[in-house]
Design a protein around this ligand. Structure first.
Ligand SMILES: Nc1ncnc2c1ncn2[C@@H]1O[C@H](COP(=O)(O)OP(=O)(O)OP(=O)(O)O)[C@@H](O)[C@H]1O
Ligand SMILES: [Mg+2]
Length: 276
């Protein structure tokens, strides 16, 4: 694994990483080969990486390099072929209670209201409905969806649906939030707003976050650290610290530090794969 650090160190390091360097997700020699009828598909080369408490790590890499595979293994939805993933010191062998997931499309059930969609993990995990109902409403308030809790997903815009999906991922108060291209389907302006929103939620809740994106500016905007992956079978090409202070604003995208880091990350793709 190559460990590059960003060439610029002007601003203060993010508070989350400074305050607590306690490992929450440990990826130890994790590799994945899918066994299919047509033969083996090596998808990830052995990876070693640690994500600390409260840290926001963003993964970028070419299509098909194994990003979603990695996320599913961290969530315990897929077993690694080699190596181990530890969450809070315990090896992951099954779907994790302490993890919330946001997928690329909101995947809300059309016949359930927004609130009932948000409450789904509470039902699945058989948590106390009353207490968590209040929490669901507090989350909906936090993302500006109060007044929409009784509406159905199809009565909401794409961005509103994605905000509801984020509430659903947070309702059972997981320690870790995993996000797989959560804003890929949104228009550029909504996406920027969602980035600001997600940063705010992360700051308010102090969750440990692992997000996959094809957008390099989104990665720089959100991340404490960016993990760049190679083409399939994916390996870590580089890791960059993002030295921009928080809270970050959309205006900071014009900051020379921001621009330089996006260019540095983008260079990997000019050499190693396509860019979206
Ligand atoms: N269920 C599966 N069975 C066999 N091969 C699979 C399966 N899922 C993924 N793969 C293979 O593993 C590789 C990695 O897939 P993965 O979905 O993790 O990529 P990704 O980096 O998330 O891509 P994208 O950016 O397009 O979402 C792919 O090239 C694909 O061929
Ligand atoms: Mg994917």
């Amino acid at each position: 694994m190559t460990l590059n650090s960003a060439p610029m160190t002007t601003s203060a390091a993010p508070a989350a990483t400074e305050a607590a360097a306690r490992p929450v997700i440990e990826i130890k020699g994790v590799a994945k080969t899918y066994r299919t009828r047509d033969g083996d598909v090596p998808s990830l080369r052995p990876l070693d990486f640690t994500i600390n408490d409260g840290e926001f790590v963003v993964v970028v890499g070419p299509s098909g390099c194994g990003k979603s595979t990695l996320l599913k293994m961290v969530a315990g939805l897929l077993p690694p072929s080699e190596g181990e993933i530890h969450i809070e010191g315990r090896v992951v062998t099954r779907p994790q209670r302490n993890v919330g997931i946001v997928f690329q499309s909101p995947l809300l059930l059309p016949w359930r209201s927004v609130l009932d969609n948000v409450m789904m993990p509470v039902e699945v995990k058989k948590l106390p409905r009353k207490e968590y109902g209040l929490r669901a409403m507090a989350l909906l308030k936090m993302v500006g969806l109060i007044g929409f809790e009784k509406k159905y997903p199809w009565q909401l815009s794409g961005g509103m649906q994605q905000r509801a999906a984020i509430c659903r991922a947070l309702v059972h108060d997981p320690k870790i939030v995993l996000l797989d291209e959560p804003f890929g389907a949104l228009d550029a302006m909504t996406r920027e707003r969602m980035n600001v929103e997600l940063q705010r939620i992360h700051r308010e809740t102090g969750k440990t976050a692992l997000l996959i994106t094809h957008s390099i500016p989104e990665a720089v905007f959100l991340a404490d650290r960016i993990l760049v992956m190679t083409e399939r079978p994916g390996a870590i090409a580089a890791v960059y610290d993002v030295p921009l202070k928080r809270p970050r604003t959309i205006d900071m995208m014009a900051d020379p530090v921001f621009v330089a880091l996006t260019q540095t990350v983008r260079k990997h793709f000019n050499v190693e794969g396509e860019i979206h």
